[in-house]
Design a protein around this ligand. Structure first.
Ligand SMILES: Cc1cc2nc3c(=O)[nH]c(=O)nc-3n(C[C@H](O)[C@H](O)[C@H](O)COP(=O)(O)OP(=O)(O)OC[C@H]3O[C@@H](n4cnc5c(N)ncnc54)[C@H](O)[C@@H]3O)c2cc1C
Length: 512
């Protein structure tokens, strides 16, 4: 009976995915002291090293792992992210003078009120994101936290920007020191299947054989087990999401006084968009583009034009992106996570979110008895296929409802777009009715009505207006007036984002 129990787990890959998996599995298996977890990481291959924007879900995982927010902020050059500011995603903008909208990490239901129909009546004179305080505070470059806010709590909701390499190191330290996860540095040549089609063992470059009961493939785009060994088919989504390349650079600050935006800037261009992410020690900027619509020289010119200097001086790293996911996520005694599982271009920071979600899903459904694997695999495969499809829809939404037609890229993303049946149906319904919570009937819609509303109405989606009563109008006006008051009050109470982080870092180092 004892060989029916899982005793050893190998996580292959020491990137964000590998160490998130290690922490999630260690937490869930705390009551199984005879199970050991080992992370195997290639010292030669290294990690992808991008992935600096997150969504608020990460806070729950960090709390669960026992990581103090102060340690994250101090050791990962972290800054706060209140949401994303989308610039130039529309041809004709509203108001016409400034072409941007916010997707804040906030509820679009002020005072619990469903204000969509009411907003549509006022759409000519206000932005949808004014239904919460966050964009005003973000524009004012405020910190989301008071000086004395509890850890992981703020005056408004937030996530982080961080240095991806340092974040991996923080997760690794926690997994090793708090949970006793083993760490082996070796490059694997192959994974070998047994007669039953399950992974039997791994072979290292030096010929050594490593055998475990369960394997977690976190080898990034290399996809050692799910791609190279199990040959799980890749569901290609490049017809839905056209951006397939990125040029990434790290930009030092010119002075230590430069303002730190508490948001990710996502600025659209003729064949894609670029991200600008502020960390405490530098910025991370990435030019995302469709190689079918723009070549690398043009992309470099676009990046230089944004940076107002020749971008080649920052040695841009070209990163090809394969958009899609593998048909199965759990096969017999192996699961895949992170880039080995799938990827959609980095708009909306979906990747760490899906990885974190999937790692927790696997850990919670993990069966210590080998005969419980098949049923867990079936369930997780169903959940994750749904999750991936809806994440693709959410990213595509940003393109397909734009009124930009100025280049072939935008025409292909709008008039020529291929949408999933679910997204097509939802968009058709939302022409007649504003999105409702009940339109999202699965909790595996990781991006739900809150997120969709900010994007749809940030981009002036044309839902038919409904009649509203005077009573509803008064309630709406009262809520908007209350938000107005709160945002001005908060803006005087909250510190400047850079100042908050500076004071925090001094206090952390014991200098205050
Ligand atoms: C351009 C770009 C921008 C992105 N921006 C964001 C963002 O803002 N927000 C976000 O959420 N996500 C973002 N992502 C995704 C994010 O980078 C990943 O989710 C995250 O880094 C996790 O990567 P990973 O751990 O799966 O892979 P990696 O970091 O590539 O790690 C793979 C690991 O596997 C190991 N390995 C590989 N092969 C072998 C082998 N044969 N033997 C032993 N070890 C091996 C490597 O050494 C490494 O340790 C972005 C991705 C790209 C491409």
């Amino acid at each position: 009976m004892s060989d029916m129990r899982v005793k050893t787990i190998a996580i292959i890959g020491g990137g964000t995915a590998g160490w998130l998996a290690a922490n999630h599995l260690a937490v869930e298996l705390r009551s199984e002291p005879d199970i050991s977890i080992t992370v195997i990481e290639s010292p030669e291959i290294g990690i992808i090293g991008v992935g600096e924007g997150t969504v608020p879900h990460i806070k729950q995982s960090l709390m669960k792992f026992g990581i103090a927010e102060a340690d994250l902020l101090a050791s990962c050059d972290a800054t706060f992210k209140m949401g994303i500011k989308f610039q130039d995603w529309m041809q004709t903008s509203h108001p016409a003078s400034d072409n941007f909208y916010y997707h804040p990490f906030a509820s679009p239901y002020p005072g619990g009120l469903d204000v969509n129909s009411l907003y549509l009546q006022r759409a000519d004179s206000m932005r949808f994101s004014e239904v919460c305080e966050t964009p005003f505070l973000a524009e004012a470059m405020k910190s989301p936290k008071h000086a004395a806010s509890q850890e992981y709590q703020g005056a408004v909701n937030y996530a982080y920007h961080f240095n991806a390499v340092k974040f991996g190191q923080l997760l690794a330290k926690n997994a090793r020191e708090r949970f006793g996860v083993q760490h082996v540095k070796t490059t694997l040549r192959a994974a070998v299947l047994g007669n039953d089609g399950a992974v039997s063992h791994l072979i290292a470059e030096d010929g050594q054989t490593l055998q475990f009961d369960f394997y977690v493939d976190c080898t990034g785009f290399h996809s050692l087990i799910f791609g190279k060994t199990l040959n799980v088919p890749f569901i290609d989504k490049s017809k839905q999401i056209l951006s397939d390349s990125a040029l990434a650079v790290q930009i030092p600050y010119e002075t230590s006084q430069e303002k730190l935006a508490p948001y990710t800037l996502a600025k659209a261009h003729s064949a894609g968009w670029l991200w600008d992410i502020p960390l405490t020690q530098r910025r991370g900027v990435g030019f995302v583009y469709s190689s079918a619509h723009m070549n690398e020289t043009q992309a470099l010119d676009g990046l230089s034009s944004y940076l107002k200097v020749d971008a080649s001086r920052y040695a841009p790293r070209k990163i090809p992106m394969r958009i899609g996911y593998r048909e199965q996520f759990w096969v017999k005694n192996a699961v895949s996570l992170g880039l080995a599982q799938g990827f959609v271009e980095p708009l909306e920071a979906t990747s760490i979110f899906v990885t974190d979600f999937a790692a927790e899903l696997f850990a919670r459904n993990f069966s210590v008895h080998k005969d419980g694997m098949a049923v867990a695999a079936g369930y997780c495969n169903k959940v994750l296929a749904y999750t991936w499809e809806r994440v693709m829809d959410f990213v595509q939404l940003h393109y397909c409802i734009s009124d930009r037609r100025d280049t072939a890229f935008w025409r292909d993303n709008t008039e020529g777009a291929t949408l999933s049946d679910v997204l097509s149906e939802r968009l058709a319904i939302w022409r007649h009715h504003a999105p409702k919570k009940s339109d999202f009937f699965s909790r595996f819609d990781l991006f739900d009505v809150d997120n969709f509303l900010f994007v749809l109405y940030g981009m002036n989606y044309p839902t038919m207006k409904k009649n509203i009563s005077d009573y509803e109008r008064r309630c709406f006006e009262n809520e908007i007036a209350a938000i107005d008051q709160r945002k001005h009050a908060l803006s005087t109470q909250l510190l400047d984002h850079r100042d908050w982080l500076h004071q925090f870092n001094l206090a952390y180092q014991g200098k205050m």
